[in-house]
Structure formats: structure tokens, C-alpha cells
Design a protein around this ligand. Structure first.
Ligand code: GDP
Ligand code: MG
Length: 313
């Protein structure tokens, strides 16, 4: 393929797939691809779907995608969850049945592995989102497992984040509340066919109140039974409400500005880090410095100052 990025912009699916592979593998042409795609980004509405393993995130994502397709919107899906690979069951399944074997051109699904550091994964995910955005997807769903800091970073690529919880989590909710309360714009209690959904909703409500800070947007708590397609339309309607809210208040712009800032700083950190590694780690200089420091011939502060001065020359 001559020019992957140009082909992505023309709507070539194979090119989109290759672009994301280049991003994922940190291929040397990934930066050039991103440079070409970047001016064409910023149109998609990016939704994060996060929560503990087995909560039904993939099932929900699948049903949400199908709902958006029925509204005529194109949908990109990025699934970061090695424990339960995304099957695309409902969206692809129905369409395959409807149109023989032709796949729905309006959907693009990509799983991304957690090979390498999760930190690296958050910027790869952000770039994969941009590739799908430039390709022309109206809505991009990012499914990520867990509630730790790395997942929070991944979710930062989203305009709106939905946290999926399930009844019967007991004390778990205490353990994860610090992280989830901050990142959730919307909470969905899935598996509402199980006992305890109302209890969990009450607990969650209390926690959100305890938060204390008066906010214009009080995260709604929804209930769903994803496996039975129950509550999906309400989730989509609530996403729309949140989108309208962040758009009208300037919050969307603020979030995207913050994201751009962080992306730039991450890029710089990464570049400076690799520069330093190439200058002092890979060639064994670091070991030599360490020997000198151990022998008290010099100290870490002087060495680092010297390295910085060399770098800035
Ligand atoms: N009972 C019940 N099971 C569900 C519901 N939603 C999903 N599941 C099932 O829960 C399991 C885990 O779902 P999955 O979407 O892979 O969860 P993920 O790990 O959060 O992505 C699967 O067997 C689903 O069929 C639901 O609303 N009720
Ligand atoms: Mg999953």
C-alpha cells in the first residue's frame, strides 16, 4: 500500500487496520501516519466503557454499537481486554445474517493487546481512536477492563466515560470507589436481572452524595440487562444528554484541551526518555557512571547535571 494514511482518509478498511497495527507495534512509520491523520480528527464522539472483568462491558458495547448503527451512525470499537476478547456478536451477527456474508462497512472493531506497558497502551489507544476518527467513524467505543490508574489513563481518551458495575460486588465497591467515582460520567448497573441492583444503586448514590462537591452534572445511575438488550436505548439517550451537556457548557472543549496538553507532554517525556536511553543506557555509560558514583568519585546529582548540559548543547 502506497500511502496508508491517505488510504485511511479515503475510507479503506485494510489501511485503517494497518495504521492501527503500526501504532500498536510502534512501527517507524506510525508517526508519519498520525501526522497525516491528525488534521482530520476531532469529529467523533468518543465513549469509554470501563469496569471490573465480567461486568458485561463487551456485551453492552456490542449492544450499544448495534443501537448506534440503527440510528445510522458509524461505529468504531476498540477493546482492550485480553481476558475476554470482543466477539462483535450482536452487531456483526445480525448483519451477517441479514446480508449474507458482507460485513457491515459502518462498523470497525479492533482489539488491542496489553503487550508492553499499560502506560504505552494509553497513548496507543488514543492514537487508534484518532485513526478511527479520521477514517470517519461517528462514535468510537473504547472498552477497557479494570479500575486502576492505567485504565483511568486509557479512559482519558474518551469524551464521556461509563462505568459498568454489577450487583453483589459487596465490599469491592469500597475498594474501587476512589477511582470510579472520579471517572464515571455515567454509571450503569448491568446484570440487573441479578439480586441486589437496587441496593447497589442506593450505595452508589450515597457515595456520589458524600463526594460533597456540587456539580452541574450529577452522574446518572442506570440499570441494564445487556444480555437481553434491556436498558440499552436509555444508555444511548444518556450518552446523548451528557454530550449535549459537555458541549453546551464548554466542558467538551476543556476536556479535549486537557487531553491535547497531556498528549504533548507524554510525547515529549517519551522522546526525551528514549534520547537519554540512547545516549547513556544502551552504550553502557550508565553502568560506568554508577561505578564512579559507588566509588564516591562523583555523585548522582553532578552526573545528571552533566548529562542535562550535554543534552541541551
Ligand atoms: N445475567 C446476565 N448476564 C450477562 C449480562 N450481560 C452480560 N452477561 C454475561 O456476563 C458474561 C461476561 O460478559 P462480558 O460482556 O464478556 O463482560 P466483560 O468482561 O465486562 O466484557 C457473559 O457470559 C455475558 O453473556 C446481563 O445483563 N445479565
Ligand atoms: Mg470484555
Amino acid at each position: 500500500m502506497e500511502n496508508i494514511a491517505e488510504e485511511v482518509l479515503k475510507g479503506n478498511r485494510l489501511a485503517l487496520s494497518r495504521a492501527i497495527t503500526a501504532i500498536e507495534n510502534e512501527h517507524e512509520n506510525a508517526t508519519e501516519i498520525m501526522k497525516t491523520l491528525y488534521p482530520h480528527t476531532g469529529h467523533a464522539y468518543v465513549l469509554g466503557v470501563t469496569g471490573p472483568p465480567g461486568a458485561g462491558k463487551s456485551t453492552l458495547t456490542d449492544k450499544l454499537a448495534k443501537e448506534y448503527r440503527q440510528q445510522g451512525k458509524t461505529v468504531g470499537i476498540i477493546a482492550i481486554d485480553p481476558s475476554s476478547p470482543f466477539s462483535g456478536g450482536a452487531i456483526l451477527g445480525d448483519r451477517i445474517r441479514m446480508n449474507g456474508l458482507t460485513l457491515d462497512e459502518g462498523v470497525f472493531i479492533r482489539s488491542m493487546g496489553t503487550r508492553g506497558s499499560l502506560g504505552g497502551l494509553s497513548h496507543k489507544t488514543a492514537d487508534a481512536v484518532k485513526a478511527m476518527d479520521a477514517f470517519g467513524m461517528d462514535v468510537i467505543l473504547v472498552e477497557t477492563v479494570g479500575v486502576g490508574q492505567s485504565e483511568v489513563d486509557i479512559v482519558r481518551a474518551a469524551d464521556t466515560t461509563m462505568v459498568v458495575l454489577i450487583p453483589g460486588m459487596g465490599d469491592d465497591i469500597q475498594a474501587i470507589k476512589a477511582g470510579i467515582l472520579e471517572i464515571g460520567d455515567i454509571f450503569t448497573i448491568n446484570k440487573a436481572d441479578h439480586d441486589g441492583a437496587d441496593k447497589l444503586a442506593t450505595e452508589l448514590n450515597m457515595m456520589l452524595d458524600l463526594d460533597g462537591v456540587e456539580k452541574d452534572w450529577r452522574p446518572p445511575i442506570l440499570k441494564a440487562i445487556a444480555s437481553q438488550n434491556i436498558g440499552i436505548a436509555e444508555v444511548v439517550a444518556t450518552f446523548q444528554k451528557h454530550y449535549d451537556y459537555i458541549r453546551s457548557t464548554g466542558e467538551l472543549t476543556a476536556r479535549r484541551t486537557e487531553r491535547t496538553k497531556n498528549e504533548m507532554l507524554d510525547l515529549l517525556d517519551g522522546r526525551i526518555g528514549s534520547y537519554v536511553r540512547s545516549k547513556i543506557v544502551d552504550n553502557g555509560k550508565l553502568d560506568a557512571y554508577v561505578e564512579d558514583i559507588k566509588a564516591r568519585k562523583t555523585d548522582p546529582y553532578t552526573v545528571v547535571e552533566g548529562i542535562m548540559q550535554d543534552m541541551l548543547k
